[in-house]
Design a protein around this ligand. Structure first.
Ligand code: SF4
Ligand code: SF4
Length: 382
């Protein structure tokens, strides 16, 4: 048996410490920003003197509340997040405690489900929507996003009463890059055969990336990396799986858990709770605003078109992590990732790498059926 990882306990213990910290900050007048997507740069929020907390919902219990307002056929992530917000703001009992800490929600114009839901948010919390170009590879896109980021910076100045200085922005970029480098170190360790940690354990860590403060998160990642350097996971040879697709917001670990319970080992995640969140660094040599605009437009989210960089990223991950098979996991009614599945499948077919597509929601009803399909897929890979 491999020894349990004591560094994972750090992340459990930090949960209540972080909530207490945010409450204390709020009492001191620090503004707390709620975010819902990777495209909103932490660097701008922190350099304006505010703090942030992620509001993406991964739990099923707030969905019925959301369905009083939203159509049922939109993705569970949007419904869960929105349900938590309206429940918290209307004195409900099932809300996540994060929402009540938030002064302002900074949302982003990505998929239709999110964009249209954000129109309903101002009734519950002050909301700012960061606009995004949809064709990120054009020169106009960079100019437009640069102006949007600066506009967002000015908004943050008025929210906190502190002007964002170039020095402060550079400091926050360095800090965010430090987090990204630490995560590269962690993910590099997973290239080993066998990897020293399960993907389901890593996911629970990654779900804390935008909840903890950067310093707290970095400390935890350092501890895990140090512990993993000398750890050998005592497992028989298992198929190495790349998990690709929609994000797994905190509370949703269903598909990764099934994959590893059925005998696979996840060696990397091509998702917003994985590589998409940290892969590219901001160029510290450039003007900080330009560096931010370029880096954030590189996020290979399926809301962008065309999204060739995602196909390239997946192919690279398959090779670099010596992947035996890809599990392509989408949330029900998520059109961007469901449609992009066909391009991913095509690319993997050319590489002769098998792919299993799973569509799921936040309920338990399909656990058995997913388990049967995953088991058959893993047997085929063995
Ligand atoms: S999948 Fe796209 S829209 Fe959703 S959180 Fe990630 S970057 Fe944002
Ligand atoms: S999972 Fe898909 S539908 Fe849901 S918020 Fe993300 S991009 Fe939109």
């Amino acid at each position: 048996m491999s020894s349990p990882l004591s560094s994972l306990k750090y992340f459990e213990d930090m949960y209540s410490i972080r909530l207490t910290q945010l409450e204390a900050e709020r009492k001191r007048g620090v503004k707390i920003i709620g975010t819902l997507c990777l495209f909103v740069p932490d660097e701008i929020i922190f350099s304006a003197g505010a703090d942030r907390i992620i509001l993406c919902g991964g739990k099923a219990d707030t969905i019925p509340r959301a369905e009083e307002f939203l159509p049922r056929n939109i993705c569970p992530l949007v419904k869960s997040s929105f349900g938590a917000i309206i429940d918290a703001c209307c004195g409900g009992q099932i809300a996540c405690s994060h929402v009540s800490l938030v002064d302002i929600i900074v949302a982003e114009a990505t998929c239709d489900a999110k964009k249209k839901t954000y129109e309903l948010l101002p009734e519950y919390r002050k909301t700012y929507v960061l606009d995004l170009p949809q064709r990120p590879n054009t020169p106009e896109a960079k100019d437009y996003f640069l102006s949007e980021l600066k506009k967002f910076g000015m908004f943050m100045d008025t929210v906190t009463g502190h002007s964002i200085t170039t020095d402060a922005l550079r400091r926050e970029i360095q800090s965010a890059n430090e987090t990204r480098k630490l995560l590269h170190r962690l993910y590099d360790l997973r290239k080993r055969d066998p990897p020293p940690i399960r993907g389901s354990e890593i996911l629970r860590v990654m779900q804390r990336q935008f909840f903890l403060s950067p310093a707290q998160f970095q400390e935890g990642i350092r501890q895990i990396c140090d512990e993993l350097e000398t750890r050998v996971l005592d497992i028989e040879s298992k198929p190495r799986i790349l998990l690709s697709g929609c994000p797994n917001a905190a509370g949703n670990t269903k598909v990764p858990d099934i994959i590893e319970q059925k005998g696979g080992i996840i060696v990397a995640e091509e998702s917003c709770t994985g590589t998409r969140a940290f892969w590219d660094l901001v160029d510290e040599e450039k003007d900080p605003w330009v560096g931010l605009a370029e880096r954030y437009l590189e996020i290979p989210c399926a809301c962008m078109t065309p999204n060739e960089q995602r196909i390239t990223r997946i192919k690279d991950l398959v090779t670099d992590y010596n992947v035996d098979g890809v599990v392509y996991s989408t949330l029900q009614f998520c059109h961007p990732y469901a449609i992009e599945k066909f391009r991913v499948q095509h690319a993997l077919k050319k590489m002769k790498v098998p792919m299993l597509a799973i569509e799921s929601d936040y309920g338990d009803a399909d656990i058995e059926q997913i388990g049967i399909r995953v088991e058959a897929f893993l047997e085929m890979l063995s």
